[in-house]
Design a protein around this ligand. Structure first.
Ligand code: SAH
Ligand code: SF4
Length: 435
């Protein structure tokens, strides 16, 4: 039996997809190479922007012939869009076997068991024990979910509605899962949560304690975390980032706007000045820190002056990259009924101007790295990620999953080219079977 997991959206969605695959793997499902040989598909949907939801929905439509070809195949639609419009999905796509919303992920093994029993004869035997932690072979990097949900109320955002309030996974559970991923071969761990750095537990530990504990795990070469909220970038967390050698000198810290008027309307809980002050402090503590961010353009009421403030902020922030989105109204959010929507053509034009600035800055930062030393964690023979977030391609193949010291020799539009320095990265023996 073979399984294909298709995930749309953020890293949380990818991590949820992997987690939802575990009970099926425990039942003996192996990874499918594509739709053709898949007996089951888990489609994890996203709804954060209308465009993301539309893409996921059209993927469900494209799976109709796959399901009709062999009706015994299992099609599971999960995630944030499944939470928002699950009943509509069931009605519109009747060939879907199981719709599970993002809030039900904890109950998912039991729900899945029912669906398996309906679809497959062999599943009617005794249920297996559901494994709690990653057991499959991990790649070079692994995600570890530390919290789910969000207690914030950013006025544009549908996440709190579809994922519910914050739920922190216990300290020991997180560390056990991190340890299992390392034992399975991962070298880099990314701690995940909607506002990952708001994690805490009942005994007074906060996210900085978790970062320090992960740093102390045997076998961890590098750690990152996604998505931190600027409000919880505390002096204590900055200290932990500076102290722990495994914490990558890269932070993705969503800003959304450089206009204080817009940040207030978005209910973001910080100002452009306080954001920049915190990140400047962090730069002094973490040498070479690379900072990336998210921006939303065309939020209701955004004027040309507000947008210029975002452009100025983007220059001042010196971001290595930024994900820039056009505001998308989400049903039920406060901003969806706000006055003064921005014209679509104005949004397009602002997005293009912001992207131009962001991409120019990225190229400048890539250029500045030429001649410097980086450490590449190889995801395959030649491609990987440096500690500063940029992707890099090596001039000769190494062993996937190893860290390779390299010197940057040039760049493409978005990535670095590098010459490998450490011999340990080279395969021990290369046998050519071709004549
Ligand atoms: N929890 C994270 C963000 C999660 S959503 C945080 O607080 O920063 C990921 C990104 O999607 C956001 O940073 C934002 O830039 C974008 N986004 C969320 N809702 C959006 C909307 N309605 N329209 C456009 N972009 C949106
Ligand atoms: Fe959405 Fe704001 Fe929560 Fe991030 S902090 S998930 S943007 S509501």
């Amino acid at each position: 039996m073979k399984l294909l997991v298709i995930s749309f959206g953020c890293q949380m969605s990818t991590a949820d997809g992997a987690e939802m695959a575990r009970p099926l793997r425990a039942r003996g499902f192996e990874s499918a190479s594509g739709l053709g040989d898949a007996d089951a598909v888990i489609l994890n949907t996203c709804t954060v922007r209308q465009h993301a939801e539309d893409r996921a929905l059209s993927q469900i439509g494209r799976l109709k012939p796959w399901k009709e070809e062999r009706p015994g195949r299992l099609l599971i639609v999960a995630g944030c869009a499944a939470e928002r419009i699950g009943a509509w999905i069931e009605e519109r796509f009747p060939y879907v076997d199981l719709v599970v919303g993002a809030k039900s992920i904890e109950a998912y093994p039991a729900i899945l068991d029912q669906a398996l029993k309906r679809s497959f004869d062999w599943a009617r035997d005794d249920a297996p024990a559901w494994p709690a932690a990653a057991q499959e072979q991990a790649g070079a990097g692994a995600y570890v979910t530390v919290m789910r949900g969000c207690n914030y109320a950013c006025t544009y955002c549908i996440v709190p509605a579809v994922r519910g309030p914050e739920l922190y996974r216990p300290f020991d559970t997180v560390l056990a899962e991190a340890g299992a991923a390392l034992s399975a071969g991962a070298r880099e761990l990314t701690l995940l949560g909607q506002t990952v750095n708001s994690w805490r537990d009942g005994s007074g530990r906060d996210f900085s304690d978790l970062v320090r504990a992960v740093d102390a795990l045997p076998g961890v070469a590098r750690q990152r975390f996604m998505s931190p909220h600027p409000f919880f970038l505390t002096p204590k967390l900055m200290r932990a980032m500076a102290d722990c050698a495994t914490v990558a000198p890269h932070l993705h810290l969503p800003a959304q706007s450089g206009s204080d008027r817009m940040l207030k309307a978005m209910k973001r809980n910080y100002t452009s000045m306080s954001y920049l002050a915190k990140t400047e402090t962090l730069r002094t503590m973490v040498p070479g820190l690379a900072l990336s961010t998210d921006f939303i353009v065309g939020f209701p009421g955004e004027t040309e002056e507000d947008f210029r403030a975002t452009l100025e902020f983007a220059s001042a922030g010196d971001f290595c990259t930024a994900y820039c989105f056009k505001y998308s109204a989400r049903e039920g959010t406060a901003a969806a009924s706000a006055p003064d929507p921005v014209d679509e053509t104005v949004k397009d034009e602002r997005l293009a101007r912001l992207l131009e600035l962001v991409e120019a800055n990225m190229r400048r930062r890539l250029d500045a790295m030429v001649g410097t030393r980086v450490r590449v964690l190889l995801e395959d023979a030649t491609d990987g990620r440096t500690q500063f977030h940029f992707r890099a391609r090596l001039d000769e193949p190494g062993v996937p999953g190893t860290l390779v010291d390299a010197v940057v020799t040039g760049r493409t539009d978005t990535a670095l080219k590098a010459r490998a320095l450490s011999l340990a990265s080279r395969p021990v023996a290369v046998v050519s079977l071709s004549s």
